[in-house]
Design a protein around this ligand. Structure first.
Ligand SMILES: Nc1ncnc2c1ncn2[C@@H]1O[C@H](COP(=O)(O)OP(=O)(O)O)[C@@H](O)[C@H]1O
Ligand SMILES: [Ca+2]
Ligand SMILES: [Ca+2]
Ligand SMILES: [Ca+2]
Ligand SMILES: [Ca+2]
Ligand SMILES: [Mg+2]
Length: 535
């Protein structure tokens, strides 16, 4: 394997100060710099949460829910809210700096309530990038996948936007490869490629195009190459349903696709960048090089790669075949991320991990028994799972999710659940159980089970009810800290944009209020949570 001699950091074209065609940049279009103040915090929250409103409207038009409280939709997004800077200092301890990209600083922080180490990206509000930072939050919020950086929450003040995400201890992918010092083979490269392709297949199936795929934007959770995270969605964009092409010229010279330079491209530009990353993984050299951006870009536009070069002489036939398909200049002929996952090189060099049968059986048992009896219980579970649960606690579930997701689109279909049931329980039970499981677990009713929905329903409930987690969840709802949860506090937390009937909030209280005093005490809350484990 090559030794990655090209590891020179390149600023993305669209982000750089000396970008090639600065007047064509996306950045220049957003010159109505957003002014963030406290009033804007609410506005931005509403903007970022507006999909909740649509869902509620959809629900009520299709069928009248049995319980009034069902019209409140709870998921991981419920807890991703913009808070004030003063809250940041209450919630987090600031630690050392991790790095600086083109946009801003990244700093390590410790979340006091969960004791987790997280990362904080600080983006200056007075720069031209403020609108982009909101876009980054919005994009990350739509994405929930094991190979995509997880967003926890964000803060705003007059100067900056502070984005809190999970922390990737392993650092940048290429730094880890260099540490291995030659101890890196095609199997490792295939594992890395598979994780990247899984993340990108999911993005594309969700309509998101990353547009700045490069090694600096691929981080490792720990030491192994499977636990890889795609980061930096500041330049990504949502595909238009009419299939309109993108016209902004942005990306980073080495990795940019030729059609992006011609300003007429679609999601396949990501597949080209993946091809460049793969070439570098296998040879240690970028396929298109040069002394400066201009030279590199000239080569990107027109240079043909020599697949007989000595650089590729030790590379397997299958690997070269996939490379050619990714670095195909004709966009129509270029392989998609989903199809690349089916390529023999990935299939043979990076096979799926073997499942632990007992763990899988436990997961299916949890899925079968999953139901939230009360809205407050459902919300508390969602909060604890999404905000307070460690990576180690869900590692087994992550593997099972990936195993069940046969078409690699990052969500589970009815058929995929059924096949899992058949595999672990035999066929008769499976067909009958599938529908029962599916409708309960698909909390937002969109017809597929997302990673977030899966984890919430399949986690061992014992993991949720430590005294610490229960206290933190209670504190979330007991906003004023007086030891009682009131209807208006629930309203504040669950948002409920578009909920017209204020009685809903009282109904949520009534479901749990044993002594009938109109508020939820910690004891009542705890009892409700302990009942989860008695099912
Ligand atoms: N969650 C994280 N954990 C560890 N390091 C990170 C994390 N996020 C960013 N970094 C480091 O900071 C750099 C810049 O972050 P990035 O989000 O890519 O910002 P930019 O948009 O400025 O490129 C990354 O290349 C990486 O080295
Ligand atoms: Ca799937
Ligand atoms: Ca769903
Ligand atoms: Ca209170
Ligand atoms: Ca009470
Ligand atoms: Mg970056």
């Amino acid at each position: 394997m090559g030794n990655l001699c090209c590891k020179k950091k390149k600023k993305p074209v669209g982000k750089s100060d000396q970008s090639i065609h600065s007047k064509d940049n996306l950045m220049d279009e957003g010159n109505s710099a957003l002014k963030l103040n406290e009033g804007h915090v609410t506005m931005i929250n509403n903007y970022l949460n507006n999909n909740i409103e649509t869902k509620i409207i959809n629900n009520s038009s299709s069928e009248i829910p049995k319980k009034q409280t069902n019209i409140i939709n709870v998921d991981y997004k419920t807890f991703i809210k913009g808070k004030k800077y003063s809250d940041l200092l209450n919630d987090y301890i600031l630690l050392e700096h991790l790095g600086a990209g083109a946009f801003g600083l990244v700093q390590k922080v410790r979340h006091k309530a969960s004791k987790q180490i997280r990362a904080m990206k600080i983006i200056k509000k007075d720069s031209q990038y403020s609108e982009k930072s909101l876009k980054e939050i919005d994009n990350l919020m739509q994405l929930n996948h094991p190979n995509i950086l997880k967003l926890y929450e964000y803060y705003l003040d007059n100067k900056n936007v502070y984005i809190i995400t999970e922390y990737c201890e392993g650092g940048e992918l290429f730094d880890k490869i260099k540490e291995r010092d030659g101890n890196f083979n095609e199997k490792d490269a295939a594992k890395i490629m598979k994780s990247i392709l899984l993340a990108v297949t999911y993005c594309h199936s969700q309509g998101v195009v990353h547009r700045d795929l490069k090694p600096e934007n691929i981080l490792l959770e720990g030491n192994d190459f499977e636990h890889l995270k795609l980061i930096d969605f500041g330049t990504s964009v949502i595909m238009n349903t009419k299939g309109e092409k993108f016209k902004e010229r942005l990306g980073t010279a080495y990795y940019i696709a030729p059609e992006v330079l011609k300003k007429n491209y679609d999601e396949k530009c990501d597949c080209w960048s993946i091809g460049v990353i793969m070439y570098i993984l296998l040879t240690g050299e970028p396929p298109f090089n040069g002394r400066n951006d201009e030279e590199i870009l000239k080569n990107v536009k027109s240079m043909n790669i020599n697949f007989h070069s000595y650089l590729l002489s030790d590379v397997s036939f299958d690997a070269k075949d996939l490379l050619k398909k990714l670095l195909q200049r004709d966009v129509k002929l270029r392989i998609s991320a989903a199809n690349a996952l089916e390529h023999p090189w990935i299939k043979n060099q990076a096979p799926n991990a073997k499942m632990n049968k007992n763990a899988a059986l436990r997961v299916f048992n949890n899925l079968k028994n999953f139901s939230a009896d009360e809205k407050l219980q459902e919300a508390a579970v969602a909060f604890i799972v999404n905000q307070l649960t460690s990576k180690e606690e869900i590692e087994e579930l992550r593997k099972i999710f990936i195993d069940l997701d046969k078409n690699n689109d990052g969500v589970l279909s009815r058929e995929e659940i059924q096949n899992g049931l058949i595999k672990y329980y035999g066929s008769e039970q499976a067909i009958e159980e599938t529908n029962k499981i599916f409708d309960k677990v698909d909390a937002d009713g969109n017809g597929t089970i997302s990673y977030d929905e899966f984890i919430r329903a399949s986690i061992d409930k014992q993991k949720l009810i430590s005294e610490e987690k229960l206290k933190a969840a209670y504190r979330l709802f007991d906003k004023n800290g007086d030891g009682n949860i009131e209807a208006k506090e629930i309203k504040e937390v669950l948002g409920g944009v578009g909920v017209k009937d204020e009685e809903v909030w009282n109904d949520i209280i009534k479901e749990v209020d044993e002594n009938g005093d109109g508020v939820i005490s910690y004891e009542e809350f705890k009892k409700m949570m302990y009942q989860l484990c008695n099912k």
